[in-house]
Structure formats: structure tokens, C-alpha cells
Design a protein around this ligand. Structure first.
Ligand code: G3P
Ligand code: MG
Length: 249
């Protein structure tokens, strides 16, 4: 007998970092590409600048995704805003700015797009980033039909998000599925476990559902694998391959 599953107002296809590989990750340009490909949910990574502005960025350092150098943690928003976050991808996106979380929230809410906000703290700023993200999300999504799903690998961030805005749904992100996943999901009052797709099995999906949680997998870039996981009843797949793995028109 399976447990009652928590509400999951999310589509099963989720564009990873907004636009997958087709546009510079974690930018508004990426979101627009994701939307053009029919995606109605995006995952993106959020962290704090040194002067506490929430911005979208994956890495600890700006080097890979901009023309700047060094840790994001030591840069103010004004310093980050002067960098080019598009040229590394392709000339078509030269000059693409780093978006604030506020701007992306506005874009997604205005377009009826659901969000998975991955809290990706700069090292040592886990709790404050979790708290700031949750409080900002509560404000940005006030009155919106679908709340954002907050997730993190950083359990301290998840805990802080839970304390700051308990009403916002949370997912525990794991690199490897820990033996005590049930206890951890209960501890942070999560609705879902977000796993590496390599760990996805029919048995695990069934066990997570039987325990009363949803389950999603990142990053699924092989169409056959995507089909299999969806057949097994997974609740969401994050993909970089927006052309090959996408919602039906
Ligand atoms: O949130 C799913 C996925 O984005 C987690 O890994 O490194 O791409 O942020 P990463
Ligand atoms: Mg992410």
C-alpha cells in the first residue's frame, strides 16, 4: 500500500540551468531558450554576492562562465554585473549579464514557468544563503499559482530555508543516495529527493514513493534513459538536451 504523495504541481521535464547546453547557463537568455523549446519549468543555481545580492551562478569561481576571475564570494554585485556571462558560450550571447534572482523570479512568474531554485551557497555561507533565498522566494512568489521548489546539496542551507519559510516546498539534493535518505527527508520536511540519474532504479523510485516523497533526477541527457525513467514513474527529469528531451508539443 503506497503512502499519500505530497502535492507536486510541477511538470516532469525541467530545463537544467534554464537553457541546458543551448545558451549560457543561469542567464535570462537561457530561460528564453528554454521557454522557446516548450519547457515550463527551469532549474537554476542561486548564491549571494559579497554584498548580499542573490544572483544566479553555479560555480564558486566566475572563471568558467564569465570573462572575470576568482571567487564569486569576494565580489560585490556591482563587480559581478560588469562581467560578460555570455561570451564563454558563443558570440551570439556576448555581453549577457548575470541575472539577479529577483529578475529571474519576475520572468518565470510572469510567464507561468515553474522554478526549481537550487540554493548553491558560496563556501561558508550555507545558512545565510538558505535563509536569504527562502525569504526572497516567499516575497517574489507571493500570490503566484505555483510555489518554487527549493533544493540544495547543502543541508545547512536547506535547514535554514525550512526555518525561514517552512511553507515553501523543499527537495534534498544528493550526489549519492545516502542509506538514511528517509530520515534526512523527514528532518528538513522535504517533499522530494533529487538524485543523480545514475542512481535511478525502478526500485528506488518505488521506495521513495512508498515512503511518501517525490523523486527527480539530474542530469538526464540520453533520450532513451529519459523515457525509461519516465516509464518508471519518476516525478521529474532535469535535462541539458532541450532539443532531444522535451515536453510533447
Ligand atoms: O539541481 C539539479 C542539478 O543542477 C544539481 O547539480 O551541479 O548541476 O547544480 P548541478
Ligand atoms: Mg543546479
Amino acid at each position: 500500500m503506497s503512502a499519500t504523495l505530497p502535492s507536486w504541481p510541477y511538470p516532469r521535464y525541467i530545463a537544467h540551468r534554464g537553457g541546458g547546453r543551448l545558451a549560457p547557463e543561469n542567464t535570462l537568455a537561457a530561460m528564453r531558450v528554454g521557454a522557446e523549446h516548450g519547457f515550463t519549468m527551469f532549474e537554476y543555481d542561486v548564491k549571494l554576492s559579497s554584498d548580499n545580492v542573490l544572483v544566479l551562478m553555479h560555480d564558486d569561481n566566475v572563471d568558467r562562465t564569465s570573462n572575470g576571475k576568482g571567487p564569486a564570494a569576494s565580489k560585490t554585485y556591482s563587480e559581478l554585473a560588469q562581467l560578460d556571462f555570455g561570451s564563454w558560450h558563443s558570440a551570439a550571447y556576448a555581453g549577457e549579464p548575470l541575472p539577479t534572482f529577483a529578475a529571474v523570479a519576475r520572468y518565470t512568474v510572469a510567464n507561468g514557468i515553474a522554478s526549481n531554485v537550487e540554493i548553491k551557497p558560496c563556501p561558508g555561507r550555507e545558512a545565510e544563503t538558505g535563509r536569504a533565498t527562502a525569504l526572497a522566494a516567499r516575497q517574489f512568489w507571493q500570490g503566484a499559482a505555483t510555489p518554487p521548489l527549493l533544493s540544495s546539496f547543502a543541508e545547512e542551507a536547506l535547514q535554514a530555508a525550512r526555518e525561514a519559510a517552512p511553507e515553501l516546498p523543499r527537495a534534498l539534493l544528493v550526489e549519492k543516495v545516502p542509506a538514511d535518505w528517509r530520515e534526512r527527508l523527514a528532518k528538513y520536511e522535504c517533499v522530494a529527493l533529487n538524485i543523480n540519474q545514475k542512481d535511478a532504479t525502478r526500485e528506488l523510485i518505488d521506495a521513495v514513493h512508498a515512503a511518501g516523497y517525490r523523486i527527480a533526477a539530474w542530469t538526464v541527457n540520453d533520450p532513451e534513459r529519459a523515457r525509461l525513467l519516465l516509464d518508471w514513474g519518476i516525478d521529474g527529469i532535469f535535462t541539458d538536451e532541450l532539443a532531444a528531451i522535451r515536453p510533447a508539443a
